[in-house]
Structure formats: C-alpha cells, structure tokens
Design a protein around this ligand. Structure first.
Ligand SMILES: C[S@@+](CC[C@H](N)C(=O)[O-])C[C@H]1O[C@@H](n2cnc3c(N)ncnc32)[C@H](O)[C@@H]1O
Length: 338
C-alpha cells in the first residue's frame, strides 16, 4: 500500500513552493491560478482528512483481527473472504436410514421425517468424523415431499441415496439394526459395521417394528446404552436424528455420556445416572410414559436448529461486525467525497 502522506502532500509542497516563487518574483501577493487553487484545495482537503484516514486504517486492522480471532475459535480456515469447513476425518462406519416404513406414516409425519433427515445430512456434513451416510428404500411419500419442498437434496454430497433396500446394498454380516427393543446393549461402535436406523415417525404406534424387521431379516441388532448413562423421564425411543447425532458425537468424543448429553433435548429430562434426584418433578410428570421420539419435534427442532445454526450464528455475527465496519468505512468515504 502506498504511503498515504506521500502523493498529495508532496504535490502540495510543490504547490506551495511554486506559490512562494511566484510571490518572490513579483514581489507582491499574486492571485493564484485556477490550477494552483485546485491543487491547494486538494492539499487542504488531504490535511483535513488525516484523522479520518487514520480511523479507517484502524478499522481495517480491527476487521482483520476479528476475522483471525473467529478463525481461531472455530478451527475453520479462511482463504480470502471464504470460510472453509474444518478438516474432517471421515469414519468408515456406515449409518443407514431405512426409509422402508413410508406407507406406515401420514403425510404430517413424513414431513417430520424429511426434516430429521435434513438434520442428519447437515450434522454429518459438519461432523469431525462424518459417517458413510446411506438413505435406502428412498421413494414414496418421502421422496415426493423432498421433491416438492426442496429439490436441493439431488445435489447432496457424500450420501448414498437409493431406492433399493439396505440389505440389497450392504452385506448382511456388516448390518446391525439399532432398536430400543433389542436386548443387546451397544458398548462400542465398530467402524467396520453398517448401523441401521428405522426411518420412522410413528409416535410409537408401531411398537417394536424395527426389532421385528431385524429379526425377520436375520441381522444383528442392538440398542444404544442409554440406560447405563442417562436417566430419562420419558421412554428410551429416540428420533432418527437423535440416534444419528449420538453416533456422530460418540465418534468424536468416544464417550457415551458426553454424546448423549450433547444431543438429547432437555425436554426428554435426561440426567446423568446418579443425579436423578435433581430432576424437576413437574417436568417428569409431564413427560412420563410419553414417547418423545417424534412428538417433540418442536423442542427437537429447537435443539437441532440451535446446533445446526450455531455455526451460522457465529458466521452471522461475524458478517454483522464486518458489515458495521464496512458501513463506517463507506461513511468515511462519503465524507471524503463530500
Ligand atoms: C422413532 S424411532 C421408531 C420407533 C418405532 N416404533 C420402532 O419400534 O422402531 C426411529 C428409529 O430410531 C432408532 N432408535 C430409537 N431409539 C433407539 C434406542 N434407544 N436405541 C437404538 N435405536 C433407537 C430405531 O432404529 C428406530 O427405528
């Protein structure tokens, strides 16, 4: 960047010299030529705006500092004005959402499932260890709704979307159906496996349906180790996106308790085992016995939106700060022009 005080200041020095010479030669005060008057005016303006320029330099510095600070906070990389996703280390674990229950749902619940799937996709895209995401038996009402509401899904990256059933796409030996009704409790995640989540929003009208499906197909099944780590004031049946996110969180934290508490909404009344006494009684009564895996989409949404939008909020804040600085820069420019 050029020295702000070099150009016009140097010119105006010459102007003054010229002026002085002229005065000396004539021996009396000469009226300045049009060109000289213009140059003198420019010089005066330049001097008057010295503070403004200093202020602008300060603001630019502050803007750059803020950007660097934000970059350090979220581990993201900034190249020019573009923000890049933090370096992700993909997991080899496959996570399948089995959409073969489509005809068991009313449209309202299909729409909820669509939202849950969108969340799964968004969370996986920003995860530290994204899984190999499969959406199988994709068709029927769900596909129609996805086409109608937001056709953007056709451009989704890093997700295998197929109309085929998961057992046609993946090997039987690698499949584990996740279901709260299984007597087997997951201890560890095996990254060589394909874990299946039932793509269903049913307010538990179809109790045990995913467990039955696993048995019919003769594939392994397991439930999440919720009981060992959290005391829930509602049933242990979770929404598709909760299960999905818990798996993502576990892959990052390698700690079930942390994974559950990062993901589960407050309304489910999740408390660490051993701290149950601290549970709010009214909340417990409100939730007890209610399947909360999809009926609480509102709170579900809030929590998910909070998580999904946390990054966007940081970005928005950053954009706001940048806009404020831009605005004040513009105002300075306007002042300069005026
Ligand atoms: C809303 S639930 C569906 C409930 C349905 N009545 C059933 O029996 O599958 C959606 C899916 O999340 C998974 N899921 C929910 N809670 C779970 C838990 N505690 N452990 C393992 N998987 C769970 C299952 O794959 C389930 O099919």
């Amino acid at each position: 960047m050029c020295d702000p005080d070099s150009g016009p200041a140097a010119i105006s020095d010459n102007v003054l010299k010229e002026e002085t010479n002229e005065k000396k030669a004539d021996g009396e005060t000469e009226t300045l030529s049009k060109r000289q008057r213009k140059r003198l005016l420019r010089h005066q303006q330049w001097e008057e705006q010295r503070d403004l320029r200093k202020q602008k330099r300060k603001e630019r510095k502050q803007k750059r500092r803020l950007e660097r600070q934000a970059q350090a906070e979220d581990g993201a990389e900034w190249i020019g004005k573009k923000r890049f996703r933090r370096e992700a280390e993909p997991s080899s674990l496959k996570l399948v959402v089995d959409c073969s229950f489509d005809n068991l749902m009313v449209l309202k619940d299909v729409k909820k499932l669509h939202k849950q799937i969108q969340r799964c996709y968004a969370e996986n895209r920003r995860a530290a260890h994204p899984v190999q995401f499969y959406l199988t038996s994709h068709g029927g009402q769900l596909k129609q709704n996805m086409d109608e509401i937001n056709k953007g899904w056709v451009n989704w990256k890093d997700v295998h979307i197929t109309a085929e059933h998961f057992h046609e796409v993946l090997k039987k030996e690698e499949l584990v159906y996740l279901t709260s009704d299984s007597p087997n409790v997951l201890q560890e995640l095996d990254e060589a496996k394909a874990y299946v989540i039932g793509g269903l929003v049913d307010h538990n009208h179809h109790k045990g349906i995913s467990f039955e499906r696993a048995k019919e197909l003769g594939i392994a099944h397991a439930q999440l180790p919720l009981g060992s780590f959290v005391k829930m004031n509602s049933r242990k049946v979770l929404a598709v996106n909760h299960v999905f996110e818990i798996i993502l969180a576990y892959l990052e934290k390698r700690d079930w308790q942390e994974a559950f508490f990062t993901v589960l909404p407050q309304r489910k009344g999740a408390t660490p085992v051993g701290q149950e006494g601290k549970l709010d009684q009214s909340e417990e009564e409100d939730e007890n016995g209610e399947q909360d895996s999809d009926g609480d989409l509102e709170s579900n949404e809030k929590v998910l939106e909070k998580r999904c939008d946390a990054q966007e909020q940081t970005d928005a804040k950053r954009r706001e700060q940048a806009a404020r600085l831009d605005k004040s820069e513009d105002a300075s420019k306007e002042q300069t022009v005026a």
